[in-house]
Write a protein of this length. Structure first.
Lengths: 383, 374
């Protein structure tokens, strides 16, 4: 990056099944107002707005950022809309970072949202394409075979997924904004209905209404702010083609390339010891074990053993998703930015009841498409 | 203006705009233009640091339509990528910002979409406020007609003025092998066509068309080896307005005016009249008059700069690509590739692209055959 960039404000909504008390502009305003208040700024201080969300069919509004220009304070400003599938929230925040890094913008507001109760995600994510058999199985049906491949390769025991799910729920209990907070045991998860073998009902992310907003600023602007910022130490977004012989959806090349690039920028050579906590995109329990490997926290085949040893729990060596993560709150378009925003809150020391003690360096991560799009950043408490 | 990085357009390829390609998917249409743009620059895909695209899921009729384009963009091994749900001209602007941030030196920008498989008039209704506007059933032609009525009432522009602007574009389009409408038509003929929606006649608005486009950008140091005559971006600015039709003066484009002023200032060009040509995303004659006024040019009449020597969107409007085609056409003009539609001695150009109903969001580029910053 050409110059230092920081996160100076974080705001999010309470995530829930149906926010019938607000319309789409009301939902995004809730997150924006909190982010601006957090940063001690007003709309007049903002130079550009970068918006992201997942497929427009989830709400049935084409390019909704256009009708939202007024609500997001974008009138007579540059407004950019990103869409990179499930990774979009992260790619959007990174686009805001790019805007500030360019030297052309001092403070950029970035927003991601999904109001899934306006539509039906299973329908919207199950298109009937020419020349392709309709799967009508949504994202879970799409990803379950990759999880089975992971289990076949590593010989991981069947309880790993349920352990991950129960831990996420325990974490969400400490996050006031999380959608699903009711405690549950590994036994509860094992007894819930099988949806897409091996993924059970309680190992699956919910459909949520929710929004998140971040204020991204230059070093000079960040130093004027009321609070300690989170410094963006590295960030990148990568994609890979769909139909490539030898492509590995269990350990995708794009995920490895992206984390390598980000670690290089952030000076990280030993992620397991240099990163204090990570918010990673886990829509179905087993992906936590898979991404631990893909992100270089351990050797290939060892991810599930970290879970088995409990080293990813809150208070352990590398707390994963202290917010409860995607498994407990999933406004799809916002989920990636929530991961990045939660990582920022951790290094700012303002994550509240789910604050990881002494977190100085954190990773925020998201993926999307058929495990094809990856976007992540490393943030730090010091420049 | 602080010193920025010199970035140039170094390649552009376009599938001629047609009403409907019955044989190929959007991706099959896109692949040859990606290859052609790379071939123009004498490079393989590995030479490009970053890729971005402009497209819309609703045009594709499915979620994640852009994922299918990854393969034909050459996304293997994995590439740095981001997709914009916007006209691809906005993706080009974003790629330029990435170069200013030092995140890449070269970028591939594509636009695509199988527009003919849907009904744009109904699909684009879904861009409107879902609570107050979309349920009224307004499509882009209806909102354009409202804007046209308001502009004609304010300015005194007549049906004849609209016909003459459309006729000028049709004459230019006849010289452009990539245009969809390649038959010239007189103002009399066009004024005799039925209403599309009053006061816009069928002869004043483009038919449904589809295409595929690819533009290559490169920063100084890389651009020179990829192109004999790179076309340098001297200034660019983008601005959006509130959508609510009743909340803005539809007869003026305040966002185009601001974007133009700032882009010209960045480029060190005094006024729009100082350039040789303008490619503007005016999808009907009223939009052309409004954009011309926003650029402080006379709304009507032949002027320097030449407006839309390509024939403009009235002779071809493939959704999500029309803006990027404007950039590509200006590149052709300034790099000696405009053939039969070349503006003599063209050295500087303005490019305007828009999206949304009634020119809601606009981006303005100022291009030159010389580097802006030394």
């Amino acid at each position: 990056m050409k110059r230092p960039v920081a996160v100076v404000g974080v705001g999010q909504t309470k995530h829930s099944t149906r926010r019938s008390d607000v319309n789409i502009p009301g939902l995004v305003r809730e997150a924006i107002d909190r982010a601006l208040l957090d940063a001690g700024l007003e709309h007049k201080d903002i130079d550009a707005v970068v918006i992201g969300k997942a497929p427009d069919m989830l709400e049935g509004v084409m390019q909704p950022e256009q009708f939202l220009v007024g609500a997001v304070g974008g009138h007579m400003k540059p407004v950019v809309r990103i869409h990179t599938a499930g990774s979009v929230g992260a790619t959007t925040a990174l686009a805001a970072v790019t805007h500030v890094a360019s030297g052309l913008f001092e403070r950029v507001l970035t927003i991601a949202f999904e109001k899934q109760s306006e539509g039906n995600a299973m329908w919207a994510l199950s298109p009937n394409m020419p020349f392709m058999p309709p799967l009508v199985a949504g994202a879970g049906g799409y990803f379950a075979p990759y999880i089975r491949a992971y289990i076949a390769r590593t010989g991981a025991p069947a309880h790993i997924g349920p352990v991950i799910a129960a831990n996420a729920r325990a974490n969400a209990g400490r996050n006031q904004y999380a959608h699903l907070q009711e405690p549950m045991t590994v036994e509860d998860v094992m007894q819930s209905p099988m949806l897409w073998d091996p993924v059970r009902y309680l190992e699956t992310c919910p459909s949520s209404d929710g929004a998140v907003a971040l204020v991204i600023a230059s070093e000079a602007a960040a130093r004027k702010g009321p609070r300690k910022p989170a410094w963006v130490k590295g960030g990148a977004s990568y994609a890979e083609a769909m139909w490539v012989p030898g492509r590995d959806q269990v350990n995708p090349a794009a995920g490895r390339a992206c984390s390598k690039h980000v670690y290089q920028q952030a000076g990280i050579t030993d992620p397991w010891n240099q990163i204090d906590t990570a918010e990673i995109y886990v829509p179905f329990s087993w992906f936590e074990a898979m991404w631990l490997e893909n992100l270089g926290f351990c050797d290939i085949g060892e991810g599930w053993k970290i879970v088995e040893r409990g080293e990813q729990k809150f208070g352990a060596h590398l707390p994963i998703n202290p917010s409860g993560g995607v498994l407990c709150s999933n406004p799809i378009g916002a989920s990636g930015m929530l991961r990045l925003g939660e990582a920022a809150l951790q290094v700012m020391g303002r994550a509240g009841a789910h604050q990881v003690e002494n977190a100085k360096t954190a990773l925020g991560h998201a993926y999307g498409g058929g495990a094809q799009y990856f976007a992540m950043w490393v943030v730090g408490s010091e420049l | 203006m602080t010193k920025l990085r010199n970035v140039a357009i170094v390649g552009f390829a376009q599938m001629p705009i047609i009403a409907h390609d019955p044989h190929r998917t959007a991706q099959e249409m896109l692949y040859p233009v990606v290859r052609a743009a790379l071939a123009q620059c004498g490079v393989e895909r590995d030479a490009i640091d970053y890729q971005t695209a402009g497209s819309a899921d609703y045009i594709d009729g499915r979620p994640f339509g852009f994922v299918a384009a990854l393969d034909v963009m050459g996304t293997w091994p994995p590439r740095q990528d981001s997709h914009l749900e916007m006209d691809a001209a906005f993706a080009a602007h974003y790629a330029w910002i990435r170069m200013q941030a030092g995140e890449c030196d070269t970028a591939l920008v594509v636009g695509y979409g199988k527009v003919s498989e849907g009904q744009p008039e109904r699909i684009l209704n879904l861009q409107l406020d879902p609570y107050y506007l979309a349920p009224l059933g307004l499509g882009p032609l209806s909102t354009a007609a409202l804007q046209a009525s308001a502009y004609m009432a304010r300015s005194g522009a007549t049906d004849r003025d609209l016909a003459e602007i459309a006729a000028r574009n049709r004459a230019a389009g006849a010289r452009n092998p990539d245009a969809q409408v390649r038959t010239p038509a007189s103002a009399d003929e066009l004024q005799g066509t039925p209403w599309a929606i009053e006061p816009l006649r069928q002869g004043y608005v483009p038919p449904i068309g589809e295409s595929a486009v690819c533009l290559l950008l490169a920063a100084e140091g890389k651009a020179e080896s990829m192109c004999k005559r790179p076309v340098w971006i001297g200034g660019v600015e983008q601005r959006a307005e509130m959508q609510t039709l009743g909340a803005r003066d539809l007869t003026h484009s305040a966002s185009t005016q601001l974007a133009t002023e700032r882009a010209l200032a960045m480029a060190g060009v005094g006024k729009a009249a100082d350039v040789d040509l303008i490619e503007m995303m005016a999808t009907n004659p009223i939009e052309e008059m409004i954009v011309r006024e926003a650029m402080a040019l006379p709304a009507r009449g032949d002027t320097k700069p030449v407006i839309n020597p390509s024939g403009g969107p009235i002779t071809g409007h493939p959704l999500m690509m029309t803006g990027l085609i404007r950039l590509g056409e200006a590149f052709r003009q300034l790099s000696g590739g405009a053939d039969g539609r070349a503006v003599p001695n063209a050295r500087r150009a303005i490019v305007h692209a828009a999206q949304g109903h009634c020119l809601q969001q606009n981006v303005v580029f100022v291009l030159g055959s010389e580097r802006r910053w030394s």
